[in-house]
Design a protein around this ligand. Structure first.
Ligand SMILES: [Zn+2]
Length: 370
């Protein structure tokens, strides 16, 4: 399986001349994107697109990049600013320690023969990624300056054999309730802050909405997204670290089925607004990068109301509490959900191609273990 990673590297200490050349290249690219976009709109981006846009000022790789940038955006009327596309065969990032920088980006430009060398900061923990296969990358222009979004790819072999199961229940109050089948692992509740952040910003927006300050609202949305993503990243990282330490197969509850079935408008709004998809993607991506598999199990009608001890149908006397009338088991509802996901995961494993637990637990054991 091939997995890709994109690393944000700051382009720094630009001399005036380099800054000018880079800006010129970037602005030219924006014009080119507008031209390509117009052709897409008029439906004549057909057999020989390259010659259509090729001028003495452009590399064919740049034209190719612009077409890639625009191709997937047909549905939009206006094309906004596009990051400068760098095809993998035309640029390079090399290590060459000087007073100015440790790493350098070689960028081909039409203004200067042979291109220019731009100092970039590759974050130390990502330096070894430079040994991997470099893929098509991008340069973006932000308020804080220029950034290289460097994409690398590697081949990973997904492990098939695991010692434990790590179940994740995605919930409303806490983003992720985590429970493992190892060492009487107590449940962990991750991402309590996310809901608070979202509520706070929803409230701020509502207040400002009356005064109609779209600029401020846009900035708030940006900050909110940043804060939430930061939390999601931490949750995903923690889950993956735990999976690595315990050699666990991650089992994720898939929320797809549950959305329509739950009642209550307010609840539906919160559930559909919570960034579950994004979190799921982050967890999956990190696990795959480390060669670990993820399985998703459907939660529909199987977790939230089923007792993890005896399998009977239970009740929720109030939000956050699960109670089983048959065996009297009373527990945090999210924890019960996570245990159910672990159990469904165990049931599912035999049907998966080649995946196995080194010391398979029985359902009974798993239930006691977590
Ligand atoms: Zn029970």
């Amino acid at each position: 399986m091939q997995v890709a990673k994109t690393v944000k590297c700051k382009i720094h200490s630009l001399t005036n001349i380099k800054e000018q050349i880079l800006s010129h290249e970037y602005n030219n690219y924006q014009k080119l994107c507008q031209e390509v976009s117009a052709c897409v709109d008029n439906n004549y981006l057909s057999d020989r697109p390259y010659s259509l846009f090729k001028t003495a000022n452009r590399y064919s790789a740049t034209v190719w990049g612009a077409i890639q940038s625009i191709k997937n955006k047909r549905q939009f009327d206006r094309i906004g600013e596009q990051p400068l596309y760098l095809r993998n065969d035309v640029f390079a990032v090399v290590e060459n320690q000087t007073k100015i920088s440790k790493h350098w980006l070689k960028l081909p430009t039409k203004r200067k023969h042979g291109g220019i060398w731009l100092p970039v900061i590759v974050p130390r923990k990502y330096e070894e990624l430079l040994n991997l296969k470099i893929c098509d990358s991008k340069i973006t222009k932000k308020k804080k300056g220029w950034f290289l979004l460097l994409t690398v790819k590697k081949e990973v072999v997904i492990m098939k054999s695991y010692s434990n199961i790590l179940a994740i229940d995605l919930g409303e109050k806490v983003m992720a309730t985590v429970c493992g089948s190892f060492n009487n692992q107590r449940p962990q509740f991750l991402g309590r802050k996310v809901r608070g952040i979202r509520r706070h910003y929803a409230w701020l927006r509502k207040r400002l909405g009356k005064k109609k300050i779209p600029k401020v609202i846009k900035r708030l949305e940006h900050t909110e997204k940043h804060k939430v993503n930061d939390q999601l990243y931490k949750i995903a990282r923690q889950i993956n670290n735990l999976a690595e330490e315990t050699n666990s197969l991650i089992v994720l509850g898939d929320l797809k089925g549950i959305r329509k079935s739950t009642k209550g408008k307010r609840f539906n709004r919160i559930v559909s607004n919570m960034p579950y998809l994004k979190l799921t993607q982050m967890i999956t991506y990190m696990a795959n990068w480390d060669g670990r598999q993820i399985i998703k199990v459907s939660e529909k009608g199987r977790t939230s109301h089923t007792c993890s001890k005896c399998g009977s149908k239970g009740t929720r006397p109030y939000q956050g509490m699960f109670k089983c009338p048959s065996c009297g088991y009373q527990v945090n509802a999210d924890f019960n959900g996570a245990k159910r996901i672990a159990q469904i995961g165990l049931e599912t494993i035999p049907s998966l191609d080649g995946v196995s637990l080194i010391a398979p637990l029985t359902l009974q054991e798993a239930s006691h273990a977590c």
